[in-house]
Design a protein around this ligand. Structure first.
Ligand code: ATP
Ligand code: MG
Length: 211
């Protein structure tokens, strides 16, 4: 098994993933760790090409299971090409969204079923799941208003889906967190960034020291 530590962040739009990942990366580096921060498809050209098939405007006829398989395929390539080699070197790998996002978005919110999506993702990851997942739980309305207030990016297609969809996403995350209680820690993401950063640091450093 790889010697590094694999940490993922999950949560709805505007829940604070990027903010907390940046602060964690700085702190890990100050502690002399090799840190690899990534997100799918993570600059892997093959994973990127698979993702382009999913997102291509011409592919409106795409079957939902095909879509789920392609997401799993893209994830597999990013894992094999980027995450596993970094873990083998002993790095701390911090990934912005991973398997749980598929379980929640395709499995729960889009209705394919969490169990079916988990089956293909278990195959794709060969069981190499994160050592620790931090799920940022937040009222989706607050998340969307943070994105709007920041003005840093235009709301995308998913942001603009109805509040219903985002509410299902939150429900889905809570179900998935309950499925993997030893791996996923749910954090109340409505608080101030400072205390949240401290909470993340405590959880991650405890995980690193336990190895
Ligand atoms: N705890 C917090 N309290 C208030 N505002 C926050 C908090 N955390 C992050 N923000 C602000 O909310 C906005 C969204 O945060 P961030 O980009 O970290 O979220 P994200 O989960 O990465 O969102 P996205 O779905 O866009 O990737 C940013 O402008 C950020 O500065
Ligand atoms: Mg982000």
């Amino acid at each position: 098994m790889a010697g590094g530590t694999f940490i993922t962040f999950e949560g709805g739009d505007g829940s604070g993933k990027t903010t907390l990942i940046r602060s964690l990366m700085d702190r890990l580096e100050r502690n002399g760790r090799e840190v690899v921060v990534t997100r799918e498809p993570g600059g892997s050209p093959i994973a990127e090409a698979i993702r382009e098939v999913i997102l291509h405007v011409d592919n409106t006829a795409m079957d939902p299971l095909t879509e789920a398989l392609l997401y799993a395929a893209s994830r597999r390539q990013h894992l094999a090409e980027k995450v596993l080699p970094a873990l083998a070197r002993g790095a701390v790998v911090v990934c912005d969204r991973f398997v749980d996002s598929s379980l929640v978005y395709q499995g729960y919110a889009r209705g394919l079923g969490i169990d079916s999506v988990w089956e293909i993702n278990r195959f794709a990851t060969e069981g190499r799941m994160p050592d620790l997942t931090l799920y940022l739980d937040l009222d989706p309305q607050i998340g969307l208003s943070r994105i709007e207030a920041s003005g840093r990016r235009q709301p995308d297609r998913l942001d603009l889906e109805g509040l219903d969809f985002h509410t299902r996403v939150r429900e889905g995350y809570r179900q998935v967190a309950a499925m993997f209680p030893e791996r996923i820690v749910m954090l109340d993401a409505s608080g101030d960034p400072g205390p949240l950063k401290e909470q993340v640091w405590k959880l991650v450093s405890a995980r690193l020291e336990s190895r």
